[in-house]
Design a protein around this ligand. Structure first.
Ligand SMILES: Nc1ncnc2c1ncn2[C@@H]1O[C@H](COP(=O)(O)OP(=O)(O)OP(=O)(O)O)[C@@H](O)[C@H]1O
Ligand SMILES: [Mg+2]
Length: 375
Protein backbone atom coordinates (compact mmCIF):
# COMPACT_ATOMS: atom_id res chain seq x y z
CA UNK A 1 0.00 0.00 0.00
CA UNK A 2 1.36 3.39 -1.00
CA UNK A 3 1.40 5.95 1.83
CA UNK A 4 0.48 9.22 0.17
CA UNK A 5 1.43 11.70 2.92
CA UNK A 6 4.96 12.47 1.84
CA UNK A 7 4.54 11.77 -1.86
CA UNK A 8 4.11 14.36 -4.53
CA UNK A 9 2.05 11.98 -6.65
CA UNK A 10 -1.10 11.13 -4.77
CA UNK A 11 -3.07 8.10 -5.86
CA UNK A 12 -6.75 8.46 -4.99
CA UNK A 13 -8.83 5.35 -5.70
CA UNK A 14 -12.53 6.26 -5.79
CA UNK A 15 -14.87 3.46 -4.71
CA UNK A 16 -18.08 2.82 -2.79
CA UNK A 17 -19.80 -0.46 -2.31
CA UNK A 18 -22.98 0.53 -4.13
CA UNK A 19 -23.52 1.10 -7.83
CA UNK A 20 -24.80 4.41 -9.17
CA UNK A 21 -23.82 6.53 -6.17
CA UNK A 22 -21.80 8.99 -8.25
CA UNK A 23 -18.24 7.61 -8.25
CA UNK A 24 -17.63 8.41 -11.91
CA UNK A 25 -19.27 11.85 -11.78
CA UNK A 26 -17.12 12.67 -8.75
CA UNK A 27 -13.93 11.31 -10.36
CA UNK A 28 -14.48 13.24 -13.61
CA UNK A 29 -15.40 16.47 -11.79
CA UNK A 30 -12.44 16.29 -9.40
CA UNK A 31 -10.10 15.53 -12.30
CA UNK A 32 -11.25 18.61 -14.23
CA UNK A 33 -11.14 20.83 -11.13
CA UNK A 34 -7.73 19.66 -9.89
CA UNK A 35 -6.36 20.32 -13.39
CA UNK A 36 -7.89 23.78 -13.36
CA UNK A 37 -5.96 24.50 -10.14
CA UNK A 38 -2.72 23.72 -11.93
CA UNK A 39 -2.40 20.18 -10.58
CA UNK A 40 -1.21 17.72 -13.20
CA UNK A 41 -3.85 15.04 -13.00
CA UNK A 42 -4.50 11.68 -14.61
CA UNK A 43 -7.95 10.17 -14.56
CA UNK A 44 -7.93 6.38 -14.93
CA UNK A 45 -10.98 4.29 -15.77
CA UNK A 46 -10.38 1.20 -13.65
CA UNK A 47 -13.98 0.03 -13.64
CA UNK A 48 -12.89 -3.12 -15.44
CA UNK A 49 -15.82 -4.78 -17.14
CA UNK A 50 -17.93 -1.63 -16.80
CA UNK A 51 -15.74 1.16 -18.16
CA UNK A 52 -17.70 4.29 -19.04
CA UNK A 53 -15.70 7.19 -17.63
CA UNK A 54 -15.00 8.55 -21.12
CA UNK A 55 -18.66 9.51 -21.46
CA UNK A 56 -18.43 11.65 -18.30
CA UNK A 57 -15.71 13.62 -20.05
CA UNK A 58 -17.68 13.82 -23.29
CA UNK A 59 -15.09 11.66 -25.07
CA UNK A 60 -15.48 8.91 -27.64
CA UNK A 61 -14.36 5.42 -26.82
CA UNK A 62 -11.98 4.87 -29.72
CA UNK A 63 -8.54 4.89 -28.10
CA UNK A 64 -6.60 2.07 -26.48
CA UNK A 65 -6.69 1.86 -22.69
CA UNK A 66 -6.09 -0.35 -19.66
CA UNK A 67 -7.45 -3.47 -21.41
CA UNK A 68 -4.85 -3.14 -24.18
CA UNK A 69 -2.09 -2.32 -21.69
CA UNK A 70 -2.82 -5.45 -19.69
CA UNK A 71 -3.15 -7.63 -22.80
CA UNK A 72 0.12 -6.66 -24.49
CA UNK A 73 3.65 -6.16 -23.20
CA UNK A 74 4.40 -3.91 -26.20
CA UNK A 75 1.96 -1.26 -25.04
CA UNK A 76 3.50 1.21 -22.59
CA UNK A 77 1.86 3.63 -20.18
CA UNK A 78 2.67 6.58 -22.47
CA UNK A 79 0.79 4.89 -25.32
CA UNK A 80 -2.49 4.89 -23.41
CA UNK A 81 -2.26 8.37 -21.87
CA UNK A 82 -4.68 10.66 -23.70
CA UNK A 83 -4.49 14.43 -23.50
CA UNK A 84 -7.87 16.08 -22.96
CA UNK A 85 -9.30 19.50 -23.74
CA UNK A 86 -9.16 20.21 -20.00
CA UNK A 87 -6.13 21.98 -18.62
CA UNK A 88 -3.57 19.65 -16.98
CA UNK A 89 -5.88 16.66 -17.27
CA UNK A 90 -4.98 13.45 -19.02
CA UNK A 91 -7.15 10.37 -19.31
CA UNK A 92 -6.60 6.62 -19.47
CA UNK A 93 -9.53 4.68 -20.89
CA UNK A 94 -10.73 1.39 -19.41
CA UNK A 95 -11.11 -1.97 -21.07
CA UNK A 96 -14.01 -1.44 -23.43
CA UNK A 97 -11.93 -2.11 -26.56
CA UNK A 98 -10.27 -5.24 -25.14
CA UNK A 99 -12.36 -7.31 -22.77
CA UNK A 100 -11.24 -9.98 -20.32
CA UNK A 101 -9.23 -7.83 -17.96
CA UNK A 102 -11.71 -8.55 -15.15
CA UNK A 103 -9.64 -11.66 -14.31
CA UNK A 104 -6.24 -10.09 -13.95
CA UNK A 105 -3.74 -11.45 -11.45
CA UNK A 106 -2.61 -9.75 -8.27
CA UNK A 107 0.85 -9.31 -9.83
CA UNK A 108 -0.65 -7.54 -12.86
CA UNK A 109 -2.58 -5.20 -10.59
CA UNK A 110 0.57 -4.35 -8.64
CA UNK A 111 2.48 -3.84 -11.88
CA UNK A 112 -0.19 -1.48 -13.15
CA UNK A 113 -0.20 0.59 -9.95
CA UNK A 114 3.58 0.69 -9.90
CA UNK A 115 3.66 1.95 -13.52
CA UNK A 116 1.02 4.58 -12.73
CA UNK A 117 2.84 5.76 -9.61
CA UNK A 118 5.94 6.48 -11.70
CA UNK A 119 4.09 9.11 -13.75
CA UNK A 120 5.38 12.61 -13.06
CA UNK A 121 2.03 14.12 -12.00
CA UNK A 122 0.33 15.43 -8.86
CA UNK A 123 -2.88 13.39 -8.71
CA UNK A 124 -3.92 10.04 -10.13
CA UNK A 125 -7.63 9.38 -9.71
CA UNK A 126 -8.79 5.79 -10.12
CA UNK A 127 -12.47 5.43 -10.95
CA UNK A 128 -13.40 1.99 -9.61
CA UNK A 129 -16.39 -0.26 -10.12
CA UNK A 130 -19.12 -0.98 -7.60
CA UNK A 131 -19.31 -4.00 -5.33
CA UNK A 132 -16.59 -5.82 -3.46
CA UNK A 133 -14.92 -7.71 -6.30
CA UNK A 134 -11.29 -8.45 -5.45
CA UNK A 135 -10.07 -6.15 -8.23
CA UNK A 136 -11.94 -3.22 -6.76
CA UNK A 137 -10.64 -3.95 -3.25
CA UNK A 138 -7.06 -4.45 -4.46
CA UNK A 139 -7.08 -1.19 -6.41
CA UNK A 140 -8.62 0.58 -3.43
CA UNK A 141 -5.85 -0.78 -1.20
CA UNK A 142 -3.22 0.45 -3.66
CA UNK A 143 -2.92 3.60 -1.57
CA UNK A 144 -3.87 4.67 1.94
CA UNK A 145 -5.79 7.68 0.62
CA UNK A 146 -8.83 6.10 -0.99
CA UNK A 147 -12.16 7.87 -1.31
CA UNK A 148 -15.53 6.24 -0.60
CA UNK A 149 -18.52 7.79 -2.33
CA UNK A 150 -21.90 7.10 -0.77
CA UNK A 151 -25.36 8.55 -0.87
CA UNK A 152 -27.12 9.12 2.47
CA UNK A 153 -29.50 6.20 1.92
CA UNK A 154 -29.11 3.33 4.38
CA UNK A 155 -28.33 0.65 1.72
CA UNK A 156 -25.50 2.75 0.30
CA UNK A 157 -24.08 3.47 3.76
CA UNK A 158 -24.24 -0.21 4.67
CA UNK A 159 -22.55 -1.14 1.38
CA UNK A 160 -19.82 1.37 2.14
CA UNK A 161 -19.31 -0.26 5.52
CA UNK A 162 -19.26 -3.73 3.92
CA UNK A 163 -16.73 -2.43 1.42
CA UNK A 164 -14.41 -1.15 4.16
CA UNK A 165 -14.81 -4.38 6.08
CA UNK A 166 -13.93 -6.43 3.00
CA UNK A 167 -10.92 -4.24 2.35
CA UNK A 168 -9.62 -4.69 5.91
CA UNK A 169 -10.15 -8.46 5.81
CA UNK A 170 -8.53 -8.70 2.39
CA UNK A 171 -5.43 -7.10 3.90
CA UNK A 172 -5.55 -9.37 6.96
CA UNK A 173 -5.73 -12.47 4.72
CA UNK A 174 -2.88 -11.25 2.53
CA UNK A 175 -0.76 -10.56 5.62
CA UNK A 176 -1.48 -14.04 6.98
CA UNK A 177 0.02 -15.47 3.78
CA UNK A 178 1.15 -19.03 4.40
CA UNK A 179 1.19 -18.84 8.22
CA UNK A 180 -0.80 -21.94 9.07
CA UNK A 181 -1.93 -20.96 12.57
CA UNK A 182 -3.18 -17.51 11.55
CA UNK A 183 -4.86 -18.86 8.41
CA UNK A 184 -6.65 -21.52 10.44
CA UNK A 185 -7.83 -18.93 12.95
CA UNK A 186 -9.17 -16.75 10.13
CA UNK A 187 -10.92 -19.72 8.55
CA UNK A 188 -12.54 -20.59 11.87
CA UNK A 189 -13.53 -16.98 12.39
CA UNK A 190 -15.13 -16.95 8.96
CA UNK A 191 -17.04 -20.17 9.58
CA UNK A 192 -18.27 -19.20 13.03
CA UNK A 193 -19.35 -15.63 12.50
CA UNK A 194 -22.24 -14.14 10.65
CA UNK A 195 -22.12 -10.67 9.09
CA UNK A 196 -23.21 -9.07 12.35
CA UNK A 197 -21.26 -11.12 14.84
CA UNK A 198 -17.67 -10.56 13.73
CA UNK A 199 -15.57 -9.67 16.77
CA UNK A 200 -14.07 -6.17 16.75
CA UNK A 201 -10.86 -5.83 14.77
CA UNK A 202 -8.86 -4.93 17.89
CA UNK A 203 -9.78 -8.33 19.33
CA UNK A 204 -8.91 -10.10 16.07
CA UNK A 205 -5.55 -8.35 15.92
CA UNK A 206 -4.62 -9.30 19.48
CA UNK A 207 -5.48 -12.96 18.71
CA UNK A 208 -3.41 -12.83 15.52
CA UNK A 209 -0.51 -11.31 17.44
CA UNK A 210 -0.45 -14.32 19.74
CA UNK A 211 -0.38 -16.68 16.77
CA UNK A 212 2.08 -14.77 14.61
CA UNK A 213 3.56 -11.59 16.08
CA UNK A 214 4.83 -10.11 12.80
CA UNK A 215 1.50 -10.61 11.09
CA UNK A 216 -0.36 -8.91 13.94
CA UNK A 217 2.06 -5.98 13.84
CA UNK A 218 1.70 -5.73 10.07
CA UNK A 219 -2.09 -5.53 10.38
CA UNK A 220 -1.77 -2.91 13.12
CA UNK A 221 0.53 -0.81 10.92
CA UNK A 222 -1.94 -1.12 8.07
CA UNK A 223 -4.85 0.04 10.24
CA UNK A 224 -2.80 3.01 11.43
CA UNK A 225 -1.88 4.04 7.90
CA UNK A 226 -5.24 3.36 6.23
CA UNK A 227 -7.08 6.71 6.05
CA UNK A 228 -10.10 6.46 3.76
CA UNK A 229 -12.21 9.58 3.19
CA UNK A 230 -15.93 9.73 2.61
CA UNK A 231 -17.71 11.94 0.08
CA UNK A 232 -21.42 12.05 0.82
CA UNK A 233 -23.09 12.52 -2.56
CA UNK A 234 -26.68 13.42 -3.50
CA UNK A 235 -27.39 14.80 -0.03
CA UNK A 236 -30.75 16.55 0.28
CA UNK A 237 -30.38 18.16 3.67
CA UNK A 238 -27.59 18.96 6.09
CA UNK A 239 -29.13 16.41 8.44
CA UNK A 240 -28.07 13.69 5.99
CA UNK A 241 -24.64 13.94 7.53
CA UNK A 242 -25.82 12.13 10.66
CA UNK A 243 -25.98 8.78 8.83
CA UNK A 244 -22.46 9.41 7.57
CA UNK A 245 -21.36 9.91 11.17
CA UNK A 246 -22.85 6.51 12.00
CA UNK A 247 -20.67 5.00 9.28
CA UNK A 248 -17.63 6.65 10.86
CA UNK A 249 -18.60 5.36 14.32
CA UNK A 250 -19.23 1.83 13.05
CA UNK A 251 -15.90 1.73 11.18
CA UNK A 252 -14.08 3.02 14.25
CA UNK A 253 -15.74 0.59 16.67
CA UNK A 254 -15.75 -2.60 14.61
CA UNK A 255 -12.90 -2.20 12.14
CA UNK A 256 -10.52 0.12 13.99
CA UNK A 257 -10.55 2.24 10.82
CA UNK A 258 -10.63 6.01 11.16
CA UNK A 259 -12.86 7.25 8.35
CA UNK A 260 -12.60 10.99 7.60
CA UNK A 261 -15.01 13.12 5.60
CA UNK A 262 -13.85 15.10 2.58
CA UNK A 263 -17.24 16.77 2.27
CA UNK A 264 -20.70 16.46 0.81
CA UNK A 265 -22.44 17.29 -2.46
CA UNK A 266 -26.14 18.04 -2.78
CA UNK A 267 -28.47 16.28 -5.21
CA UNK A 268 -28.46 18.38 -8.37
CA UNK A 269 -30.67 17.62 -11.40
CA UNK A 270 -28.21 19.41 -13.68
CA UNK A 271 -25.66 16.63 -12.96
CA UNK A 272 -28.13 14.07 -14.23
CA UNK A 273 -28.80 16.17 -17.30
CA UNK A 274 -25.07 16.44 -18.09
CA UNK A 275 -24.64 12.66 -17.72
CA UNK A 276 -27.58 12.00 -20.04
CA UNK A 277 -26.09 14.34 -22.62
CA UNK A 278 -22.68 12.69 -22.21
CA UNK A 279 -20.87 15.90 -21.38
CA UNK A 280 -18.87 16.88 -18.29
CA UNK A 281 -20.90 18.52 -15.55
CA UNK A 282 -18.05 20.79 -14.51
CA UNK A 283 -16.46 22.85 -17.25
CA UNK A 284 -15.70 26.19 -15.68
CA UNK A 285 -16.80 28.29 -12.75
CA UNK A 286 -19.45 26.61 -10.60
CA UNK A 287 -22.96 27.72 -11.48
CA UNK A 288 -24.86 25.85 -8.76
CA UNK A 289 -24.40 24.71 -5.17
CA UNK A 290 -23.35 21.15 -6.11
CA UNK A 291 -20.72 22.56 -8.49
CA UNK A 292 -19.38 24.79 -5.74
CA UNK A 293 -19.34 21.83 -3.34
CA UNK A 294 -17.34 19.72 -5.79
CA UNK A 295 -15.03 22.68 -6.19
CA UNK A 296 -14.60 22.78 -2.42
CA UNK A 297 -13.66 19.09 -2.37
CA UNK A 298 -10.98 19.77 -4.99
CA UNK A 299 -9.73 22.76 -2.98
CA UNK A 300 -9.42 20.64 0.13
CA UNK A 301 -7.22 18.23 -1.80
CA UNK A 302 -5.15 21.06 -3.25
CA UNK A 303 -4.71 22.64 0.18
CA UNK A 304 -3.81 19.38 1.92
CA UNK A 305 -0.31 18.71 0.63
CA UNK A 306 -0.05 15.83 3.06
CA UNK A 307 -3.37 14.25 2.10
CA UNK A 308 -4.81 11.91 3.48
CA UNK A 309 -3.75 14.00 6.46
CA UNK A 310 -6.05 17.03 6.30
CA UNK A 311 -4.79 19.99 8.31
CA UNK A 312 -8.31 21.39 8.49
CA UNK A 313 -9.16 18.62 10.95
CA UNK A 314 -7.10 20.45 13.52
CA UNK A 315 -7.83 23.13 16.08
CA UNK A 316 -11.15 24.83 15.36
CA UNK A 317 -13.12 21.81 14.18
CA UNK A 318 -13.42 18.69 16.21
CA UNK A 319 -13.14 16.57 13.10
CA UNK A 320 -13.72 16.53 9.35
CA UNK A 321 -17.34 15.38 9.77
CA UNK A 322 -18.09 18.39 11.92
CA UNK A 323 -16.59 20.68 9.28
CA UNK A 324 -18.57 18.93 6.51
CA UNK A 325 -21.76 19.41 8.57
CA UNK A 326 -21.08 23.12 8.98
CA UNK A 327 -20.34 23.48 5.27
CA UNK A 328 -23.50 21.63 4.26
CA UNK A 329 -25.63 23.72 6.58
CA UNK A 330 -24.13 26.95 5.34
CA UNK A 331 -24.72 25.86 1.71
CA UNK A 332 -28.46 25.75 2.46
CA UNK A 333 -30.61 22.65 2.07
CA UNK A 334 -31.98 22.27 -1.48
CA UNK A 335 -35.50 22.11 -0.04
CA UNK A 336 -34.94 25.27 1.96
CA UNK A 337 -33.42 27.14 -0.97
CA UNK A 338 -36.58 26.49 -2.97
CA UNK A 339 -38.13 29.11 -0.68
CA UNK A 340 -36.06 31.63 -2.58
CA UNK A 341 -38.38 31.01 -5.54
CA UNK A 342 -40.76 33.50 -3.94
CA UNK A 343 -38.12 36.18 -3.60
CA UNK A 344 -38.02 39.25 -5.81
CA UNK A 345 -35.03 39.33 -8.22
CA UNK A 346 -33.16 41.97 -6.18
CA UNK A 347 -33.71 39.96 -2.95
CA UNK A 348 -32.45 36.82 -4.66
CA UNK A 349 -29.31 38.66 -5.71
CA UNK A 350 -28.75 39.66 -2.10
CA UNK A 351 -29.10 36.04 -0.92
CA UNK A 352 -26.67 34.89 -3.60
CA UNK A 353 -24.18 37.59 -2.68
CA UNK A 354 -24.38 36.56 0.99
CA UNK A 355 -23.78 32.91 0.09
CA UNK A 356 -20.84 33.90 -2.10
CA UNK A 357 -19.37 35.79 0.83
CA UNK A 358 -19.79 32.72 3.09
CA UNK A 359 -18.12 30.48 0.52
CA UNK A 360 -15.25 32.93 0.22
CA UNK A 361 -14.85 32.99 4.00
CA UNK A 362 -14.90 29.20 4.18
CA UNK A 363 -12.24 29.00 1.49
CA UNK A 364 -10.14 31.47 3.41
CA UNK A 365 -10.60 29.43 6.61
CA UNK A 366 -9.53 26.25 4.84
CA UNK A 367 -6.54 28.06 3.39
CA UNK A 368 -5.51 29.56 6.74
CA UNK A 369 -5.86 26.25 8.52
CA UNK A 370 -3.72 24.63 5.85
CA UNK A 371 -1.01 27.22 6.16
CA UNK A 372 -1.21 26.90 9.96
CA UNK A 373 -1.07 23.12 9.74
CA UNK A 374 2.02 23.17 7.52
CA UNK A 375 4.13 25.19 9.91
N1 LIG B 1 -24.95 14.95 -6.91
C1 LIG B 1 -25.76 14.38 -7.82
N2 LIG B 1 -26.99 14.87 -8.05
C2 LIG B 1 -27.82 14.30 -8.93
N3 LIG B 1 -27.52 13.22 -9.66
C3 LIG B 1 -26.30 12.68 -9.49
C4 LIG B 1 -25.35 13.22 -8.58
N4 LIG B 1 -24.23 12.45 -8.63
C5 LIG B 1 -24.46 11.49 -9.53
N5 LIG B 1 -25.71 11.61 -10.05
C6 LIG B 1 -26.36 10.73 -11.04
O1 LIG B 1 -26.29 9.40 -10.58
C7 LIG B 1 -26.08 8.52 -11.67
C8 LIG B 1 -24.93 7.60 -11.35
O2 LIG B 1 -23.72 8.34 -11.32
P1 LIG B 1 -22.33 7.66 -11.63
O3 LIG B 1 -22.36 6.95 -12.94
O4 LIG B 1 -21.27 8.67 -11.41
O5 LIG B 1 -22.31 6.57 -10.46
P2 LIG B 1 -21.27 5.41 -10.25
O6 LIG B 1 -21.16 5.24 -8.78
O7 LIG B 1 -20.01 5.69 -10.99
O8 LIG B 1 -22.00 4.19 -10.92
P3 LIG B 1 -21.41 2.74 -11.30
O9 LIG B 1 -21.40 1.97 -10.02
O10 LIG B 1 -22.40 2.22 -12.29
O11 LIG B 1 -20.04 2.96 -11.86
C9 LIG B 1 -25.86 9.38 -12.91
O12 LIG B 1 -27.03 9.34 -13.69
C10 LIG B 1 -25.65 10.75 -12.37
O13 LIG B 1 -26.25 11.71 -13.18
MG1 LIG C 1 -18.95 4.53 -12.41
Amino acid sequence: MIHSEQLRTKILPIAGGKGGVGKSVTAASLGILLGSYGKRTVLVDLDLGGSNLHTYLGRKNNKIGIGNYLASKDIKMDDILQTTEHENLRFIAGDVLVEGSANISYGQKRGLISALSKLDVDFILLDLGSGTHQNVIDFFLASNSGIIVSTPQAPAILNSYAFLKNAVFRHVHRSAGSNRKVSEYLKKLHAETTANSTPPMTEIVSRIKKLGKNIGTDVEDFLQAFKPHLILNMARSHQDLSIARSLRDLSRKNLDVELACLGAVYYEPEINQAVMEQRPFITGAASCTAGMQLDRLAQKLVHSPEFPHMPLDLEIYEDSFELAGIELESDGDPEATSETADLKPEELLEVMAAQKQEIQELRQTIHNLTVGGMR
